[in-house]
Design a binder for this molecule. Structure first.
Ligand SMILES: NC(=O)C1=CN([C@@H]2O[C@H](COP(=O)(O)OP(=O)(O)OC[C@H]3O[C@@H](n4cnc5c(N)ncnc54)[C@H](OP(=O)(O)O)[C@@H]3O)[C@@H](O)[C@H]2O)C=CC1
Ligand SMILES: CC(=O)N[C@@H](CCC(=O)OP(=O)(O)O)C(=O)O
Length: 342
């Protein structure tokens, strides 16, 4: 049994971690750390956890953090890069759900995230936690930089076609759509019911922070560097991300087999039958990324539709998948939840 602590205890990512970790066979939660609800019984604040979670939220300095073998940062960008070096202890594993450690170039970090880039030492120590492309490095890592939610759906959708050379890495278009829980629990006009209900809006036009992440890890897989066009839209639903990706085809033969082969050893990526496209509801509450591919013969383009639950495969589920690999446990331990339907 290992002890896990979660920092940022009252956010959606943390609450999703609690949901998964409470049923994980090798994990005991030793600390749920909150600045805003310190001392409060978790289940009083979040009644869906009644009779399931006995712990209280604690402060950062309660002493409980020191007992943890694994520390999750479910905090906004800017927190882990400051706090992690202050609490870091040898032998403890750290998994950051934020974007702090995902971008190699300090200039790019500052351009897309704002604020000062993390220290080079910390950034270099962190391994990008996308098990489908990086599992060997994850197994050796002590610090994991958990991928962004859109970046997860987009990269898993695009990589097999581009790495195999079946589609071009140039001129890729990614149309991303997300439910409102992607914005976290904090109040904002962006996610106000009246502003989102019966509405669709494009946001962060030309400035989404996952753009350099998608470009960087695509480049790492192919050794070629090309910009992508990436645009996000807010949809009136709670959970779910869909990335519809448009790529120019080089060779349409054997595409479906290429995708199946690429993910044959990866339990959380499911390739739909040829021509079929997945919907966000079909992965709701689960750690799956479902991918559908279709060839548009008229335009010579490949259409890839990739869906995830932003809080599971897009955040906390993928974080637990990484934790499993880091500890030599079965990759799917604690993550076998079947999607909720309808
Ligand atoms: N929501 C999603 O779908 C996804 C989120 N992420 C990333 O995961 C992280 C957590 O996201 P999410 O849970 O949605 O965010 P929330 O805004 O819901 O929660 C973040 C929590 O962090 C704590 N917090 C807020 N500000 C600070 C601060 N300045 N210092 C320390 N703690 C702070 C708060 O908890 P408390 O008051 O209890 O301390 C807050 O509830 C973010 O970096 C987010 O970008 C990544 C992928 C998907
Ligand atoms: C609706 C909404 O605002 N979604 C967020 C999701 C990304 C996120 O959570 O941020 P990280 O970069 O830390 O992963 C966004 O588009 O920025």
């Amino acid at each position: 049994m290992k002890q896990a602590a979660v920092i940022g205890g009252t956010g959606y990512g943390a609450l999703e971690l609690i949901r998964i970790l409470e049923r994980h066979p090798y994990i005991q939660i030793s600390a749920l750390i909150s600045r805003s609800e310190e001392g409060e019984p978790v289940a009083d604040r979040y009644p869906h956890l009644t009779t399931l979670v006995d712990e209280k939220f604690t402060g950062l300095n309660s002493g409980l953090l020191e007992k943890a073998d694994i520390v999750f940062f479910a905090t906004p960008a800017g927190v882990a890069k400051e706090l992690l070096p202050r609490i870091q202890k040898p032998g403890v594993q750290y998994i950051d759900l934020s974007g702090d450690l995902r971008i190699d170039s300090p200039d790019e970090y500052e351009q897309w995230y704002g604020g000062e880039a993390p220290s080079e030492v910390l950034q270099k120590e962190a391994v990008y936690g996308m098990p489908e492309i990086n599992s060997e490095k994850i197994k050796q890592a002590e610090i994991i930089s958990n991928p962004g939610c859109f970046a997860t759906a987009a990269l898993l959708g695009i990589i097999p076609a581009v790495v195999s050379g079946k589609a071009s890495q140039k001129d890729i278009i990614i149309d991303g759509k997300t439910g409102v829980s992607g914005a976290g629990r904090k109040m904002s006009m962006m996610t106000h019911f009246s502003e989102t209900n019966e509405n669709i809006k494009a946001y962060k036009v030309g400035s989404h922070q996952h753009t350099p992440e998608i470009e960087q890890y695509l480049a790492q897989e192919t050794a070629a560097d090309h910009p992508v066009s990436f645009q996000t839209h807010l949809i009136p639903m709670t959970r779910g991300i869909m990335c519809t990706c448009y790529l120019s085809l080089n060779d349409p033969s054997g595409l479906h087999e290429t995708y199946q082969k690429f993910y044959e050893d990866h339990p959380f990526v499911r390739i739909r039958p040829e021509g079929a496209v997945p919907q966000t509801k079909e992965v709701y509450g689960s750690n799956y990324c479902d991918i559908g591919i279709s060839v548009d013969k008229r335009t010579g383009r490949l259409l890839v539709v990739s869906v995830i639950d932003n809080l599971v495969k897009g955040a906390s589920g993928q974080a637990v998948q990484n934790m499993n690999l880091m500890n030599g446990w079965k990759e799917s331990e604690g993550l076998t939840e079947i999607p909720l339907y309808p």
